[in-house]
Unconditional design. Structure first.
Length: 218
């Protein structure tokens, strides 16, 4: 049996084998994920990330990030404190949010391994093009839940998986560091497990709010 790394149900089903990469599908949360035996090593991931060119001042990159920054900005109070989780080498989103009057700490396990950032709590957390890299997404979402204050927002952006027949040729799947693929329904399930609300203000963007006190551990 292969358990789901997103919602932790104990059994999923084989979905597709593409080359030497084996994928599974969870019929509970609808996540599609790479077999644990095929996950890239840290060294392989770092080598691939070195080819990314995400510059803080790049107007095209900022327009891309605005798909999340704009709707997030409409729900934040002035001067909110946030965390850019998985900020990468060019934390443009943090710069955009700081320019809007918010405070943003950075954490990235490779480029900004600031453990102090994981000791506080926040009004909002952003994960842009990050959650598809999680090898243990349920554990990561639990960590983010602990970092959110009551009423806080988790804002994620990832390319939603929608078309099974096109999965093999999908550009997002071909990135060797992308190991989990989410549908809109998947993120709504993630939110529901933790007692959060979830809205989808734009394609590939979800805003989840910790609506009560401390979120339950799944």
């Amino acid at each position: 049996m292969t358990p789901c790394p997103v919602c932790r149900v104990p059994e999923t089903r084989p979905f597709e084998t593409i080359g030497e990469r084996r994928y599974h599908r969870c019929d509970t949360c609808l996540a599609t994920f790479l077999d644990r035996g095929d996950l890239p090593t840290l060294e392989q991931a770092v080598t691939h990330y070195a080819h990314h060119r995400n510059e803080i001042a790049d107007p095209a990159y900022r327009r891309f990030l605005s798909k999340l920054a704009t709707p997030l900005g409409t729900v934040l109070s002035a001067g909110s404190q946030g965390l850019d989780y998985g900020s990468g080498p060019g934390p443009a989103l943090a710069a955009m949010l700081e320019a809007a009057g918010h405070q943003v700490a950075l954490y990235d396990p490779i480029y900004e391994p600031n453990q102090d950032a994981l000791e506080g709590t926040y009004d909002f957390i952003t994960c842009t093009e990050v959650i598809e890299h999680f090898h243990q997404p349920a554990d990561e979402f639990d960590r983010l839940a602990r970092l959110l204050r009551p009423g806080g927002w988790l804002a994620v952006m990832t390319c939603f998986q929608t078309d099974d027949p096109s999965f093999a040729g999908w550009h997002y799947r071909r990135d060797p560091t992308h190991v989990v693929f989410y549908r809109e329904e998947t993120l709504r399930h993630v939110a529901g497990q933790r007692g959060w609300s979830c809205t989808v203000p734009a394609r590939d963007v979800a805003l989840m709010q910790c609506v009560g006190g401390s979120s339950p551990t799944v």
